[in-house]
Ligand binder design. Sequence first.
Ligand SMILES: [Fe+2]
Ligand SMILES: [Fe+2]
Length: 349
Amino acid sequence: MAGLGDRSDENDILTFALKERERRQSSPVLVPGDEVRRRLNNPELLGMVHLIDPKLGFGVRSIRLWVNFYGNDEGNLGWKVLGHRHLIDAVIHVLRGRGHSIIDGARYDWEAGDFLCVPTYAWHRHVSTGEEAFKYIAGTTTPFSMALGVSVHEDERYPEYWVFAQKSEEARTTLIPGGAEVPELPGSQSKAAFRGDQALQAHLYEHEVAFAADEEQRRRVGRVLVKSSDVNFGHTRMGRVAYIVDPRLGFNTKVMSTLLAEVPPGHHSGAHRHLYEEVNYVLAGEGYSIVEDRRYEWQSGDALCIPVFSWHQHFSTGAETARFLVHTTRPAMENLGYQVTQQGETADY
Ligand SMILES: [Fe+2]
Ligand SMILES: [Fe+2]
């Protein structure tokens, strides 16, 4: 019978770190992009390709990556999805096609090469209007929300807060629940009656009640769209990098960050490791990566799942510059105070 001081309990505790290390090391790292490449240039091949997801046996617990291939199936109206929202950070990179998205009642036009940050819990709908099928790659933090037990997804058919959208005529025309409304900000203007020594406690509680509305305000002033022409690369110890979606750049994301990284032919990135999860999608080029003590060859269309706190470095061996789309959950770890990044060798370009 297990109890306090039981030998097997002690052993479990002592071996947890070893088991955790084994778990990370046994997670697949390289994801062949054969199916992605097969569908990319064929307008007939539609549907989703899941690349990295805990459900597929990957050791990730906070992030996932997939490519979506959609056709225009509503004639001139283009392809539409239901207005919906979810408690996740999501970043879409448009590979093919053009269209627009309605997010919190505002319209954002996009085309191939652009990035769209769908803010957490924002009502949104994507509309494809181009001749070409809409194809995009998405990184989301659904596994993170599921692990916390707060993975809420709603759509127009079953919205818990649909009544919120029916407050005004204008709200109905957006077809996005709540899309035309900006909620009042109680926050510091809370009318709660404070008195005597209860003031601090009452203030703390009213702050808690106001949080969701305050957060919606922050969300609505946050950035959403990044046009490909606005992408700025700069030099870092890891090589040439362009941060795309990041809370430090005015996006209201709390869990995920997205960037592009480039390695010119014949060069290598810096080496580093960090206490957050990272998934990479190879947009262009070919080469290999060293992850801890193993080597993984990759080409355009492949994906990499970097285990937490594993040293990694990329080598570009092809004729064109290697380009990576990188999603990480660094902001989540920073918000918790758990983030550690260690730099090894510096990039040689
Ligand atoms: Fe969505
Ligand atoms: Fe990294």
